[in-house]
Design a protein around this ligand. Structure first.
Ligand code: NAP
Length: 219
């Protein structure tokens, strides 16, 4: 499984690429500027020379050729990024990790996208793709630092059981993460909104907290 990450040059994309690469999954970081993505990918690989991470960089259009494509842009640029790639992404699983939030003093507040969530917005823009929502609650700094052990549950939402399964497998392939399928894409509204609470907790407490569900047997 080759994974492409649209907007992959930011902290979230770099962090996810580091962990997927460490799990042996080939990743192409996408960017509006392919040369920039190549440089970012080269830096990322050079940071862990002993691991030979299978990560490269390219334009978003090239990253969209991967088997499974993750959207890791800021919410403001998400629709403009995925819409021109609609045809390339048809028939594929597209994973949205996008959160719509705004700063208010020391807090982050959730914004309500017109369709309830950014994942549903991506699904509306890509009617031929199967969208899953996941990875929202993982702090990028910890993802990118491969010396930090992870220990988190990662909620997965999709209207397509096959997409939920493929996404959960991707999550479970990362050391220290456990995928928890939460239900349909309608659940993504609450999942995305909760990110603002979690980030605010982290700002307030100077932490990198993520999510851990108790009392849940493995599915
Ligand atoms: N940071 C985290 O801890 C974290 C954790 C989980 C989920 N997320 C979510 O993941 C997404 C990415 O987070 P991030 O912190 O990596 O964001 P970011 O650094 O602001 O943006 C990621 C990349 O998107 C591209 N980009 C920026 N503005 C754009 C626009 N208007 N249109 C299209 N592309 C644009 C840029 O790449 P190029 O200039 O190279 O194209 C940038 O490097 C966000 O939706 C965030 O809520 C973040």
């Amino acid at each position: 499984m080759h994974v492409g990450i649209l907007g992959g040059t930011g902290p979230a994309g770099r962090g996810l690429a580091s962990r997927l690469g460490a799990a042996g999954v080939p990743v192409t970081l996408g960017s509006r500027d392919g040369a920039r993505a190549s440089a970012v990918a080269a830096d990322l690989v050079a940071r862990w020379p002993e691991r030979s991470l299978p990560v490269d960089g390219a334009a978003n259009e090239d990253a969209a050729l991967a088997d499974l494509v993750v959207v890791a842009t800021p919410w403001e640029g998400t629709v403009a990024t995925v819409t021109p790639l609609c045809e390339l992404l048809t028939g594929k699983v597209v994973v949205s990790m996008v959160n719509a939030m705004t700063k208010a003093g020391r807090e982050l507040l959730a914004l309500a996208p017109p369709r309830g969530s950014m994942a549903a917005t991506v699904q509306a823009a890509l009617p031929g793709s199967s969208v899953a929502a996941t990875f929202h609650h993982l702090p990028a700094a910890d993802l990118e630092d491969l010396t930090v052990p992870l220990g988190a549950d990662v909620l997965v939402c999709s209207d397509d059981p096959g997409a939920a399964r493929a996404t959960a497998e991707l999550v479970d392939g990362i050391d220290g993460l456990r995928a928890v399928v939460a239900g349909s894409l309608a659940q993504a509204a609450a999942v995305e909104a909760f990110t603002a609470v979690l980030v605010s907790v982290n700002i307030r407490h100077g932490a990198h907290a993520s999510l851990r569900l108790t009392g849940l047997d493995r599915e």
